[in-house]
Design a protein around this ligand. Structure first.
Ligand SMILES: *Cc1c(COP(=O)(O)O)cnc(C)c1O
Length: 415
């Protein structure tokens, strides 16, 4: 459910027409719906009502400060994966006791910053990382709360690049290694093991892999209890999928029910790290048609957004629904919708059925609120587009469009 709807043949973001926003902010532009963000967060978080839980929004899905502030004000915690994300969430006013820090490659200074901020816990992904955190905490005369990230070897049945809980993936520790590392954690002077964590992948459209992972983790957790390691937090990660095309992912309520059923009778606090399911359908990318061209083998619609703005189609072969901002009758065509970048991999859609469009028409790329702007770059020296947030009848610029000087800002006059 989202608030990007057609009224009288015109696409609206909540109460504001997309055309009006484009007049103000030009293209390409990311448009976010505040009401959709809030609705998604509510739907997800309330699905776990009745048990101790903390929803930690996964910042990498969409890390715009306005988005982080809005979610933080609703009580959301944050799952971060870098020092930069820690910096962002602190700027957004997030309570450090609601921050968990994941990721396989934390650097010394990032660990120090997180300890200094007194975050809730680190999700630790290797034995060496555990030793490093202990060392940094000791130097600071402090103690770090940690979970170990378990790799439960469960197939999430999603794109290989976003599967993370398989044996062959770089993430987490297998059960045997995790046991050794917990024993070590227990002995380390500046480490307090408080939780157990996993994150098996992204864009999951079935509950089964989550339950399989949860079963394995809970079994493991009871072994830890027997060994005198007292776990208070169970972090199930993120990964719940969304509808891009015709996927039918479980509703958060159904997801919540299944998890709550399993946790009944334990005194664990559940942590969840949803990203895509909150942000994905809360944003669109609007682009303008520059040219159309017919070649002997294909039709191309060349638009002013490219893989540097939205890389998911190029990187994962992902499907994003694309539609005209102005609905009108006309013949359909089948075309590749491509950007200006000098790469054959630069496309937003391939062999897509769409109404025949003319120059200057506006197209909306849906489901672009997660892993859209955050994965953008300046490749081909293209300044990044603007991000705008709409809330009812109000709208505000959430990040200004970059200008040419932004391209050179950090570079030196050499020699
Ligand atoms: C990316 C990530 C998430 C969020 O995944 P979604 O599929 O967007 O919900 C959660 N936890 C960790 C550790 C991640 O890396």
């Amino acid at each position: 459910m989202h608030y990007f709807e057609y009224k009288n043949g015109q696409l609206f973001a909540e109460d504001i027409s997309v055309e009006e926003l484009v007049k103000e902010f030009d293209t390409p532009v990311y448009i976010y719906s505040a009401r959709t963000f809030r609705r998604h967060f509510e739907a997800f978080d309330s699905a776990f009502a009745g048990i101790d839980h903390l929803t930690c929004y996964s910042v990498k899905a969409n890390s715009n400060l306005c988005v982080l502030k809005m979610l933080s004000e609703m009580g959301s915690g944050m799952d971060i994966v870098s020092g930069g994300e820690l910096f962002r969430v602190l700027k957004a006013g997030v309570d450090p006791q609601k921050i968990v820090y994941s990721g396989v490659g934390k650097k010394d200074h990032e660990i120090r910053e997180a300890i200094l901020s007194d975050i809730l816990m680190f999700n630790v992904e290797s034995r060496q990382e555990l030793e490093k955190i202990n060392q940094v905490a000791a130097e600071m005369d402090s103690t770090a709360r940690i979970s170990l990230r378990i790799n439960p070897d469960v197939d999430p049945k999603t794109h290989p690049y976003i599967s993370t809980g398989l044996k062959k993936n770089k993430f987490g520790l297998d059960l045997e290694q995790a046991m050794d590392s917990y024993m070590l954690a227990k002995q380390l002077s500046n480490i307090e093991p408080v939780g157990i964590d996993c994150h098996i992948g992204s864009q999951l459209t079935s509950i089964d892999p989550f339950i399989e992972a949860l079963d394995r983790i809970m079994k493991f957790q009871s072994k830890l209890t027997d060994l005198g390691i007292d776990i208070r937090y169970l972090d199930l990660g993120g990964g719940l999928g969304i509808t891009y095309d015709e996927e039918q992912p479980p509703h958060p309520v159904e997801f919540g029910q299944a998890i709550k059923e399993k946790l009944k009778g334990t005194d664990l606090t559940l942590i969840l790290e949803p990203g895509r399911v909150i942000a994905g359908n809360s944003g669109i990318l609007v682009t303008r048609v520059l040219y159309t061209k017919k070649t002997p083998s294909k039709n191309f619609i060349i638009v002013d957004a490219a893989m540097n703005d939205l890389v998911r189609p190029s990187l994962y072969g992902s499907f994003h629904r694309i539609a005209c901002v102005h609905e009108k009758n006309g013949p359909d065509c089948v075309a590749d919708i491509v950007g200006p970048i000098c790469e054959t991999g630069d496309f937003l859609a391939q062999d897509r059925k769409i109404r025949e469009v003319g120059q200057n028409e506006l197209l909306a790329v849906f489901s672009a609120g997660a892993y859209g702007f955050t994965m953008s770059s300046q490749y081909n020296s293209r300044p990044r587009g603007a991000e705008v947030i709409v809330d009812g009848t109000k709208f505000t610029l959430a990040r200004r469009r970059e200008v040419y000087f932004d391209l050179l800002d950090l570079e030196e006059q050499c020699f």
